[in-house]
Write a protein that binds this ligand. Structure first.
Ligand code: NAD
Length: 362
């Protein structure tokens, strides 16, 4: 059955890294006879320049009809002074909302050959391969009431932490499903010693765990998790947590790798998923063919896993990336940890060449 992927290169290095991703998508489509078609659309600053809107309705509609969306990055100094409703990031917020992306996945892998890049000692990060599953549309960031109010002549800032059982159930199932194809362990992170929302979270996650007898569940308080990520990060397989805890912990976990150019992400809902590198549009290096495309290529692997239902293609691509790093190749941002420094396009070509050499088991 044919598949359609919307490519949204966006701004700055987004254009360069998505260009490399397209080479890989085209190859995997052919290799696995998947009949994948792609369509490229404007988003962010590029769209503002073209039609004075961060994202056009027809682009949102194309995304809603697609099997998956791959985004580069949006933004840059050129659009920094635009009014709030004309900012490039508005495009991302609208897409996340319209696609109902409640499940944010951020894998963090410390590659053997890059252990020295971590700010932690190599023996501490050795073997780290974890996945943060963050709830993206609920919790403190969206709960009502919210705002700055006046009480007896005093200003009070109010945010509301709230989660309903269905919201917890769907993200818990996403985490258990992800664990099933990994090392089958979920660490659910909460603050159940104090927060009512966390007590309901814990009770609900425990009930959903009953549907997954092959997966081990443990609970961890968020303050302890922040500490354990630094003390012994390789104990984690899947970390399941609510929106704000996930926001903070996923950045902490990302830093275990010591590199921003290599971290992928996926945001999933009930419709098409959206895949993007964690980094931004890097205007300081845009147009120079030196950006590291590996975060975007790793995001493509997630797309094959979670939206195109092709685990083998995902694994082949991930192992090609890992081989390329083991062979000492990397881009300028990681040049201290590389024997051979490649341009953006040469890195895309190297991953493609390595991918072609990987023999898929029958
Ligand atoms: P950034 O991630 O773009 O860049 C931070 C630093 O990391 C820069 O020195 C950059 O050169 C480097 N870097 C980032 N990605 C790299 C890569 N793939 N290869 C090599 N080096 C890389 O963050 P920033 O500078 O804070 O933001 C720049 C613009 O990007 C801003 O307009 C910001 O709003 C936007 N932004 C967009 C997204 C997104 O689209 N999801 C995310 C973050 C920032």
């Amino acid at each position: 059955m044919s598949k359609f992927i919307v490519l949204l290169p966006g701004d700055g290095i987004g254009v360069e890294v998505v260009g490399e991703a397209k080479k890989i998508i085209d190859y995997l489509s052919e290799r696995y006879k998947m009949d994948i078609r792609t369509g490229t659309y404007l988003v962010g600053g590029a769209s503002l320049d073209n039609c004075n809107e961060p994202v056009k309705d027809e682009v949102v509609e194309a995304c809603l009809k697609a099997d998956a969306v791959l985004l580069g990055a949006v933004g840059g100094p050129k659009w920094d002074d635009y009014p709030a409703d004309k900012r490039p990031e508005k495009a991302l917020l609208r897409l996340r909302k319209e696609l109902g992306l409640y499940n944010n996945l951020r894998p963090v892998t410390v590659f053997d050959s890059l252990k020295d890049a971590s700010p932690l000692r190599p023996e501490v990060v050795n073997g780290v391969d974890l996945l943060v599953v963050r709830e993206l549309t609920g919790g403190l960031y969206f709960g009502q009431p919210k705002g700055i109010i006046e009480e007896d002549g005093v200003q009070v800032g109010v945010d509301t932490m709230r989660y309903s059982v269905p919201e917890i159930e769907r993200i818990a199932r996403a985490a258990f499903d992800a664990a099933l194809v990994r090392r089958k362990k979920v660490t659910s992170v909460d603050k159940a010693n104090i927060l009512a929302s966390s007590q309901l979270w814990r009770k609900t996650v425990e009930r959903i765990a009953g549907e997954y007898p092959d997966v081990t569940l443990e609970h961890m308080l968020v303050d302890n998790c922040a500490m354990q990520l630094i003390r012994n990060p390789s104990q984690f397989d899947v970390i399941l947590t609510e929106n704000m805890f996930g926001d903070i912990l996923s950045d902490e976990a990302a830093m275990l790798t010591g590199s921003i150019g290599m971290l992928p992400s996926a945001s999933l809902g009930d419709g098409p998923g959206m895949y993007e590198p964690v980094h931004g549009s890097a205007p300081d290096i845009a147009g120079q063919n030196i950006a590291n495309p590996l975060a975007t290529l790793a995001s493509v692997a997630l797309m094959f896993r979670y939206s195109l239902d092709h685990e083998q293609a995902a694994r082949d691509l991930e192992s090609a990336i890992s081989h390329v790093l083991d062979d000492g190749y990397n881009c300028k941002d990681m040049s201290r940890h590389a024997r051979k420094v490649l341009s953006t396009s040469a890195m895309g070509d190297q991953v493609l060449k390595t991918l072609k050499q990987i023999h898929t088991p029958a």
